[in-house]
Structures are given as structure tokens and as C-alpha cells.
Design a protein around this ligand. Structure first.
Ligand code: MTE
Ligand code: MO
Length: 402
């Protein structure tokens, strides 16, 4: 059993698959509205067994960096990376969200393929490490190389490929290149505004095994899949990562495409994520109490990719009249460069005709990001075979306390 060496996990995590281990942040944690998710409650998305042994031993670990085609690889040890005279320490408060978060809502339209995530394939932490751009510059990659390559057009665009140490067995269906891999445009990897970091600390503690120890590349604002854990290699390349997860997964088709008609080469890999939000309290199917003003208290999170902050969060009990929620925005992050989530709460007035014990209520939320992108009303309109990027209005069905 290749999973027997996996780390011990907090029993409060909501397990969606045991081998490989996949579990969401529990609603009991989300409804507390703690800005930083404690490490043991942070959701886990693993495609393979957690690597063990010398490979991940910080004393023996080395990151291999290939600064360009036909260039000699450079190796940096943990001591090199943690040498503060060489690399300035950076801290970034950022969300990781799986592209499949809220997939369960798509299943309610028609069954999709993938883990049945509810609303908890998202968590937020403070990541500490060194800037990827500093490390790339140190190994000789000119700091404007990525940007210049983009200005020359699509064919010339350079990419930063990342490889993990978790490896599928040879011959398994995911054995495209023999490792978990992903890539981002090199221009983003080098852009100081994008805050991409090589991280070895999470919420002030050493990076836990499940989240990529000893070293992870944390890419804020994009699909979780691009934040490669157990990082072994970085490559500056003229093409994207050819891994299964960059090429043949994590793409969102139109809702009439089937597995038979899907052409994965026709769409870009998911990177910056769309605006999304969800209700953390009250829980679905729960009994709710009205307060003296005839309102129900609602709480939740909102987030958008690409650094776009949240402009507005609205809640409703009828889908026609909307009440604005009170926002707890990430401290110190501008609305044009926000990587963390916006937590919200609201007292939502219940229509008088529904203010009766035993009445069924549907509570809903939608968020608007700083670019005025808004969540679509229907789940069906964004439904896709892989169940990714589910960002229709989030709804919970509850009953007024009899
Ligand atoms: N990196 C490696 N090496 N192996 C993986 O399976 N899963 C990715 C990403 N990085 C993965 C990985 C996916 S799909 C997601 S959503 C995030 O890690 C989850 O990060 P977390 O487990 O720290 O929450
Ligand atoms: Mo993911």
C-alpha cells in the first residue's frame, strides 16, 4: 500500500477520498470565520501518495532549476534558500482553492466526474518563503525575460514549469511524464505584483507534509493545481508543462460537450480563477431561528482570482431582493492585488409571508469582484463534464424552527 506512509490527519477534515487523500475544510471551521485556516483544518488535495524519505528530508533536499533550454541545471539546498543574506524573506496571505470546489452543486444538475467537493475545497494561510523572481534572477534568468516573451506574442511566450516529487507508477493512466506537474506564464513567475513564492512555512509553522514539505511553489490567485507541492524542479521553457494536469484536466468545457466530444487541446489551462462565494452558516438542511427583527444571520466567504478583490457580496431569501453583506476584507491587500478571501456576514430579512415555523427557505449569495465580474445565476449555465469552476449563486435550503 503506497499510502501507508501518509501523514496522520485531523479527524475533523471532511474526507472525500482516502487514497489518495482528499479532504475539505469542515464547515465547523469555515463558519468560525477565522481569517487564517489552522494548518490541521486546511483542505488537502493529493493526486498521489505523499512523498517520503531522503527526497523530502530538508537536510538532503535540493531544488533543481533549469534556467533555459540547453542550460545547465542549478541546485539550491534548503540552506541556500533560507540564507537571508542571499534571499529576502517574504510573507503572502493567500487562498488555495481547488478548481473543483463546489462540484457537488454541478452534480445536482447532472453527474460530473471528480471528487464531490462541497464548499470546503478552499482555505487561507500566511505563507512564508522567498520570492520566486528573486531565485530565478539568482540563477541567471533576466528579470524581464518573461514579460518580453509575452510582448512578442503567443508563439514566443515562455513558461515556468514546476515538477513535484510525487510520482505515478509507470504505466498508470496519469503517467504522462512520471510526476505531478504544472506551469504558469514565466511573466507571472517574475512579476513582483503576483507575489509567487517558494514557501517553507505555513501560518508560522514548518510546512506540513500534506501541503508540500519541504518546499512548495505557491501561486496566489490561480487554480490550486498550479501551486505545486513537494517541489523538485523548475524549468524555464518555451512550452507549458506537458503533465496530465496541465494538458488533459482542469479545463472547463461548454455544458453540451461530452467525454466523447471533448477536445482538451481546444481550451486554455485554468489559471486565474473566477469570482465565487459560499454560505458557511446556516448549514444546508438545518433549522434556523429568526431574530427579533425577523432576520436570519448568514456568514460565508467570497474570493476572486487574479488578485481581484471583492467589491460587494449580496444575500437574498427570494432571489429578487438583495441585502448587502458586511465585509471583512484582507488587511493590507489592495483591491487590485488581493490573494486572500473576503469574509462576510449579513442579517437577511425574511419575507413576512415566510416568517412561519416550519416554512422552507432558500438562502442565497452572490459576490461581485473589483472588476465587476459577478457570479452567474444558474449552475446549469456553467456545468461541465469535469465539474470545475462551479460559481453559480450558492444556495442553502433551510427550515424555520418549528
Ligand atoms: N502538487 C503536487 N505535487 N501534487 C498534487 O497532487 N495537487 C494540486 C496542488 N498541488 C497537487 C499539488 C491541487 S489540484 C490542489 S487544489 C492543491 O495542490 C491543493 O493544495 P493543498 O492540499 O495544500 O490544499
Ligand atoms: Mo485542485
Amino acid at each position: 500500500d503506497p499510502y501507508q506512509t501518509d501523514p496522520k490527519r485531523d479527524p475533523a477534515l471532511v474526507i472525500q477520498a482516502a487514497k489518495p487523500f482528499n479532504a475539505e475544510c469542515p464547515l465547523s471551521q469555515l463558519e468560525k470565520q477565522e481569517y487564517l485556516t489552522p494548518n490541521p483544518k486546511f483542505f488537502v488535495r493529493n493526486h498521489l501518495p505523499v512523498p517520503t524519505g531522503d527526497l523530502v528530508d530538508p537536510k538532503k533536499y535540493a531544488l533543481e532549476i533549469v534556467p533555459g533550454e540547453d542550460e545547465k541545471p542549478v541546485r539550491l539546498t534548503m540552506a541556500d534558500l533560507q540564507d537571508e543574506k542571499r534571499f529576502k524573506r517574504r510573507k503572502v496571505c493567500a487562498i488555495v482553492q481547488c478548481s473543483g470546489n463546489r462540484r457537488e452543486d454541478q452534480n445536482s444538475v447532472a453527474q460530473v466526474e471528480g471528487l464531490t467537493w462541497y464548499t470546503g475545497a478552499i482555505s487561507c494561510a500566511e505563507w512564508e518563503g522567498v520570492a520566486l523572481r528573486d531565485v530565478l534572477e539568482y540563477v541567471g534568468v533576466p528579470s524581464d525575460l518573461g514579460m518580453k516573451s509575452e510582448l512578442e506574442g503567443e508563439d514566443e511566450q515562455l513558461h515556468l514549469q514546476m515538477e513535484g516529487m510525487d510520482r505515478p507508477k509507470v504505466g498508470e493512466w496519469r503517467d504522462t511524464k512520471g510526476f505531478y506537474g504544472a506551469s504558469i506564464p514565466l511573466a507571472w513567475a517574475q512579476d513582483p505584483r503576483r507575489d509567487v513564492i517558494l514557501t517553507f512555512k505555513m501560518n508560522g509553522e514548518p510546512l506540513p507534509a500534506d501541503h508540500g514539505a519541504p518546499l512548495r511553489c505557491l501561486v496566489p490567485g490561480v487554480a490550486g493545481a498550479r501551486s505545486v507541492k513537494w517541489l523538485s524542479k523548475l524549468i524555464v521553457a518555451s512550452e507549458e508543462s506537458q503533465s496530465h494536469w496541465q494538458q488533459n484536466d482542469y479545463k472547463a468545457f461548454n455544458n453540451s460537450i461530452t467525454w466523447e466530444t471533448a477536445d482538451f487541446t481546444s481550451l486554455p489551462a485554468i489559471q486565474d480563477m473566477p469570482v465565487n462565494s459560499a454560505i458557511s452558516a446556516p448549514a444546508a438542511k438545518s433549522l434556523v431561528q429568526l431574530n427579533a427583527e425577523g432576520c436570519v444571520e448568514m456568514k460565508g466567504w467570497a474570493w476572486s482570482g487574479g488578485g481581484r478583490g471583492i467589491a460587494r457580496v449580496e444575500v437574498s431569501a427570494d432571489g429578487h431582493t438583495w441585502t448587502e453583506a458586511e465585509l471583512q476584507r484582507p488587511e493590507g491587500q489592495s483591491l487590485t492585488r488581493t490573494w486572500a478571501w473576503t469574509l462576510w456576514k449579513a442579517n437577511i430579512p425574511v419575507p413576512p409571508e415566510l416568517q412561519k415555523p416550519g416554512k422552507a427557505l432558500t438562502l442565497m449569495v452572490k459576490a461581485v469582484d473589483a472588476n465587476y465580474n459577478v457570479q452567474p445565476e444558474s449552475i446549469e449555465s456553467v456545468w461541465n463534464i469535469r465539474g470545475v469552476l462551479c460559481n453559480g449563486w450558492h444556495k442553502v435550503h433551510v427550515t424555520i424552527q418549528p
